[in-house]
Design a protein. Structure first.
Length: 229
């Protein structure tokens, strides 16, 4: 988790916008970590692919679609947008309407320019989250609450950069945050299967058959090792 986690829940946040930029690149392992954190905290994730203005050819669109296929199959809402030319922003605004959302993503993802593009007259629409501190919006440690013109709020909080999965209670709890893996695992020969090299592992078979994306399987195994499950 991260230090601001309790504060996020207190602020009634219900949507997390995972901002994945085309430059430096859309990394499934980063997306999957955020998805697990959302799953653990009960937040609805939105996947925002930023900087689509950098795409120049059909082949680049196809490569992106290939990367996003696993998330499409999970029915994760995906928003290709460009803070630069404004494309896709109307759809994103609709998804944020009447919700309290936070954007997360690696540095350089363009979160600030995205917020600026989403909110016209941004300076007028700011309400500092922490009135008591007396700090202005120019300080980096302060969370800022933006009111969306269509209704709803967007919180920009430095602590959110540390938004990450917490150690699950057990392997099954981690599996539960990978729905496609979770359902398949029910058919494994062994109940405590780690899906690494066990005989009769339905998950390994599904990865081999292309039914589970290798990138998702890889993310699961990295987290399993990280948490020593």
């Amino acid at each position: 988790g991260f230090r601001g986690q309790d504060r996020m829940i207190a602020a009634n946040i219900d949507r997390i916008g995972i901002v994945a930029p085309l430059d430096p690149g859309v990394h499934p392992d980063m997306i999957d970590r955020y998805l697990v954190a959302c799953c653990q905290q009960g937040f609805t994730p939105l996947l925002i692919i930023n900087k689509t203005d950098l795409i120049e050819t059909d082949a680049q669109w196809e490569a992106l679609a290939e990367t996003l296929l696993a998330y499409d199959e999970l029915e994760l809402p995906i928003f290709p947008v460009s803070a630069e030319d404004g494309s896709g922003l109307d759809e994103l605004r609709q998804a944020l309407k009447d919700h309290t959302s936070v954007f997360v993503g690696p540095s350089g993802a363009g979160k600030s320019s995205l917020i600026n593009a989403l909110i016209p007259d941004i300076d007028i629409r700011i309400g500092a989250l922490s009135q008591a501190t007396g700090l202005g919006k120019h300080t980096t440690s302060n969370s800022i609450l933006y009111h969306l013109p269509e209704g709803g709020d967007l919180i920009d909080s430095p602590g959110v950069r540390l938004f990450s999965p917490q150690k699950p209670e057990n392997l099954k709890a981690l599996e539960a945050c990978f729905p496609e893996l979770h359902t398949t695992a029910l058919s494994c020969r062994f109940n405590n299967c780690t899906h690494t090299d066990e005989p009769g592992c339905a998950v390994l078979q599904a990865v081999q058959d292309g039914e589970i994306a290798f990138s998702r399987y890889h993310s699961f195994q990295r987290l399993r090792e990280e948490f020593a499950l």
